[in-house]
Design a protein around this ligand. Structure first.
Ligand code: CO8
Length: 374
């Protein structure tokens, strides 16, 4: 039996390009005005609905998002395209998502003071993979020179926490000596830039975490994983219908139904109490009071959700020190949000301090890890 499972390193890779709310809204509004002018007669006759305009002030107030990073900016703001352009790479080139994953993984290995030979399991866990096979994880494993095995996992916004639970269990069981859990969140290809309700929500990023035994840990900033807990509960309120069968169902791959869409209000109402109850019961099952938490690395979907969840548990607003916010700069990066918050805000904690990483989102899915600074 190993003495404890630790998170010994975290890596954050941020794309070179960003889009501010103002840039995004200017592009959407120009597209909407063009659409409305082109379809003037049909709109007048009530055959189709006019596209409403978006607003940067609404976006910031409703979500807390001010900007987002994007892997490829070209095309995304072009009103005659409204989707990014990704260059096609041949089979001998590193794929886009693997490139993001490798960049984050290298940073995590460095932070953990580890070499490729210390790792024997690679999990690429995110909201989408750009192909089904060979797994992105195996491509990353080969690029980094890691012996062992890798596989991909899809759990939308909870992919990182669910992947970490797999890693923790593998170390605990002794089936692995060191695991890289990588979250290359390339969300922009699935964002509907022609939908004002959701065009502002997502950004691209990659995060990676090294999980190992305390016996092998050589990191200056490591955390014991005291416990992990994952739950799912089926809901259609966040959905994308694009998949490998789209080609044979003859559905339009560009239609709104094929892209990310949600009933945001319902998600907000249903997920906040679920996430708060999940955190509370997880802590309780380990005899930890909410008031003992020094840090909440929460999923970064919406600032108002995070405020509501922490207020429900603490009876007051959490401070930015307690529950750091990164979504103003990064927006919702699917599963990577809580890991970005962890990457940017963990070094100041003292030995013995307890924090919780918690994700919540599509599925619905909720995952949490209770960590104690070593
Ligand atoms: N500009 C101006 N007005 C707008 C805009 C806009 N951009 N968007 C909406 N409005 C309007 C609406 O049409 C509505 O008008 P009306 O009252 O006339 O009907 C009004 O503003 C209010 O709209 P809402 O009620 O929708 O506004 P909310 O206050 O609820 O805020 C949010 C909308 C921000 C979407 C909010 O509901 C929210 O954040 N909900 C939770 C969302 C969430 O957490 N979703 C998780 C999804 S992520 C996930 O699970 C991972 C999926 C995988 C990744 C996908 C990658 C692509």
């Amino acid at each position: 039996m190993i003495s404890s499972v630790v998170i010994s390193g975290v890596g954050l890779w941020t794309p070179a390009y960003s889009i501010s709310n103002e840039e995004l809204v200017d592009s959407y509004n120009a597209w909407a005005e063009q659409f409305n002018a082109k379809n003037f007669d049909a709109i007048e006759k009530g055959q189709i609905e006019a596209k409403p305009l978006s607003s940067a002030a609404f976006i910031e107030k409703a979500s807390g998002i001010k900007s987002r990073y994007i892997y490829s900016k070209e095309g995304a703001l072009d009103i005659n395209r409204m989707r990014p352009i990704l260059e096609v790479r041949n089979d001998e080139q590193v794929s886009h998502q693997a490139e993001m994953a490798i960049a984050a993984a290298k940073k995590a290995l460095e932070a953990a003071n580890k070499k490729a030979s210390d790792i024997d399991m690679v999990i690429v866990s995110c909201a989408y993979t750009q192909r089904s096979y060979p797994a992105i994880a195996i491509e990353v494993q080969a690029a980094l020179g890691i012996e062992g095995f890798g596989f991909d996992m899809l759990v939308a916004c909870s992919a990182a926490t669910f992947g970490l639970q797999r890693a923790v269990d593998a170390i605990k069981a002794g089936s692995s000596k060191g695991v890289l859990v990588i979250n290359p969140e390339l969300t922009s290809p699935q964002v509907n830039y022609m939908d004002r309700d959701s065009h502002f929500i997502f950004g691209d990023v990659a995060t990676a975490v090294v999980v190992e035994s305390s016996e092998t840990c050589q990191s200056a900033h490591s955390f014991d994983v005291l416990s992990s807990k994952c739950i799912t509960s089926y809901s259609n309120n966040i959905r994308s219908n694009f998949g490998y069968t789209t080609r044979v169902t003859d559905e339009d791959p560009y239609s709104a139904d094929m892209l990310f869409h949600q009933n945001g209000r319902k998600v907000f109402k249903e997920v906040c109490p679920m996430a708060a109850d999940h955190i509370e019961s997880h802590l309780k099952s380990h005899g930890i009071q909410v008031s003992e938490l020094k840090r909440w690395w929460l999923h970064q979907a919406n600032i108002n959700m995070n405020l509501l969840i922490s207020k429900r548990l603490l009876g007051r607003d959490a401070t930015l020190e307690e529950a750091p916010v990164v979504l103003d700069e990064y927006a919702n990066t699917a599963s990577a949000g809580s890991i970005i918050a962890f990457a940017k805000h963990h070094k100041d904690l003292a030995a013995g301090d307890i924090g919780v990483i918690c994700s919540f989102g599509a599925g619905y899915s909720i995952g949490s890890l209770i960590l104690r600074k070593r």
